[in-house]
Design a binder for this molecule. Structure first.
Ligand code: NAD
Length: 360
C-alpha cells in the first residue's frame, strides 16, 4: 500500500539497541566499556589464530578485569563445544563476555549469552557481521538451526580497523561477500524498510569498492576501514529484517554438508540473486547500482571471480551426488522468499552453482 504521492510505501521498523565504537586502535577502550556496564570479571573468547597476539594484548589491557581466555571457538557453533566452555564460564564466576574474533568466536559468545544472559562486548576481526544481530546459528547432530533472541544481541561493538589488517586477502574477499549477502537479501526482504534499504545499499557500495583494493593491497588503511564499515552496515541489515533463499541454502550447505561458511555464501549469492531477479527487480537494481553495474547477479559473480574467490561448489568440497539431497533440504521449512521456492529451479540453481556458471 502507498500512503504518499512519492514512491514511499508503508513500512514498520524496530531499531536494535547497539552501542558502536568505530576507529583505529580502539581495542584499549574495552576497559571503559566494561566499567560503564558495571562489570568486573570478563570471560574472554577467541580462537587459536588470535591467541598469540591480539587476544593476549586484550588480556593485558584488561588486567585483573579479565578472568579467563578461552580459545575454543570453532566454525558453526557446535552445542558440545558451547557446553564445555559453559562449564569454564561458571567455574570462573564471570559477569561479562568479551569476544575477539570472527563469526565463530562471536557465535560462541552469543551461545553463552543465550544460556546466561550475560552482557557481551565484541571486537570483530572479519566482515561476517554477526556482532550486529540478535541471531544465533547453532549446530547439533549435523543440523544447523537459527534462534532469534535479544539475549544474544551484543551490548557493545568495538570496531578496531587494525584488528583486520592480518585478515588474508582471500579470506577478506569471501568474508566481505558474506556481508554483502545480508544486504542483498535485506533489499528484497518482506520486512524491507527505507532505513535498512539505505544502509544495505551503502554497505554493498562500501564493500564493493573496498574488497578489490584489499586484494591488491591488504595494508590499505582506507579500504580496510571502508570494508569494516560495510560489514557493520550489512550485519545491521541481517539483524533487522528476515533473510530468504540465499541464507537458507547456505545454512543447508554449511550445516548439513560441512562446506566453509564464507566461501559458500560467495558461491551461492550470484545464483540466489539471479533466482530472485524477476520477482524483486527494484531490489536487484539497487544492488547493481551499489556495485556500479547494470545487472546484479553478474556483477556479484564478477566481484568474486575477478578477485580470485571460489565460484563453484565443486571447488569448495561439495559432492555432485549430494545436490539432490541439498535441493530437498532447501525445500524443508523454507524461508519466505520473493519468488516461490520450487524443486526444479532450485535443483537447477544448485547445478549452476556446482559448476560455477556465470548467471545471466
Ligand atoms: P571464522 O570466525 O570461523 O574465521 C575464519 C578464519 O579466519 C578462522 O581460522 C579465524 O581464526 C581466521 N581469522 C579471523 N579473523 C582474522 C584476522 N583478522 N586475521 C587473520 N585470520 C583471522 O569465520 P567467519 O566467516 O567470520 O564466521 C563464520 C561463522 O559466523 C559461521 O558459523 C556463521 O554461521 C556465523 N555467522 C553468524 C551470523 C549471525 O548473525 N548469527 C552472521 C554471520 C556469520
Amino acid at each position: 500500500m502507498k500512503f504518499w504521492a512519492s514512491d514511499m510505501e508503508a513500512f514498520e521498523y524496530s531499531a536494535q539497541p547497539a552501542r558502536v565504537i568505530f576507529g583505529f586502535g580502539t581495542l584499549p577502550r574495552v576497559t571503559d566499556e566494561l566499567n560503564a556496564l558495571g562489570r568486573k570479571r570478563a570471560f574472554v573468547l577467541s580462537d587459536p589464530h588470535h591467541a598469540t597476539a591480539d587476544a593476549t594484548r586484550l588480556m593485558r589491557a584488561l588486567g585483573k578485569l579479565g578472568v579467563h581466555l578461552s580459545i575454543d571457538a570453532v566454525m558453526h557453533t557446535p552445542v558440545d563445544v558451547t557446553e564445555r566452555v559453559m562449564a569454564k564460564l561458571v567455574a570462573h564466576d564471570a559477569d561479562c563476555l568479551i569476544s575477539l574474533g570472527g563469526g565463530s568466536t562471536i557465535g560462541l559468545g552469543k551461545a553463552l549469552a543465550l544460556r546466561t544472559d550475560l552482557p557481551q562486548i565484541v571486537l570483530p576481526t572479519t566482515y561476517a557481521g554477526s556482532e550486529a544481530t540478535p541471531v544465533l546459528g547453532e549446530t547439533h547432530g549435523g543440523q544447523k538451526s537459527t534462534i532469534r533472541s535479544m539475549k544474544v544481541l551484543p551490548e557493545v561493538i568495538i570496531y578496531d580497523v587494525e584488528l583486520t589488517y592480518g585478515l588474508p586477502p582471500g579470506l577478506s574477499l569471501v568474508s566481505g561477500i558474506n556481508a554483502i549477502a545480508h544486504a542483498v537479501e535485506a533489499l528484497y526482504a518482506r520486512e524491507a524498510n527505507p532505513v535498512i534499504s539505505n544502509l544495505a545499499e551503502q554497505g554493498i557500495a562500501a564493500l564493493g569498492r573496498a574488497l578489490p583494493q584489499i586484494v591488491s593491497d591488504p595494508a590499505n588503511r582506507d579500504a580496510r576501514a571502508d570494508a569494516l564499515f560495510g560489514a557493520w552496515a550489512c550485519g545491521s541489515c541481517l539483524g533487522a529484517v528476515g533473510m530468504s533463499l540465499h541464507h537458507k541454502l547456505c545454512h543447508v550447505l554449511g550445516g548439513t554438508f560441512g562446506l566453509p561458511h564464507a566461501e559458500t555464501h560467495t558461491v551461492i549469492l550470484p545464483h540466489a540473486a539471479a533466482y530472485n531477479a524477476s520477482a524483486a527487480p527494484a531490489a536487484l537494481d539497487r544492488v547493481a547500482r551499489a556495485l556500479g553495474s547494470h545487472e546484479a547477479a553478474g556483477a556479484l559473480f564478477d566481484l568474486a571471480a575477478t578477485n580470485g574467490a571460489p565460484t563453484s561448489l565443486r571447488q569448495i568440497g561439495m559432492s555432485k551426488a549430494d545436490l539432490d539431497k541439498a535441493a530437498d533440504a532447501a525445500l524443508q521449512s523454507a524461508y519466505w522468499n520473493p519468488r516461490p521456492i520450487e524443486r526444479d529451479p532450485i535443483r537447477a540453481l544448485l547445478d549452476d552453482a556446482y559448476h560455477g556458471r556465470r548467471p545471466t
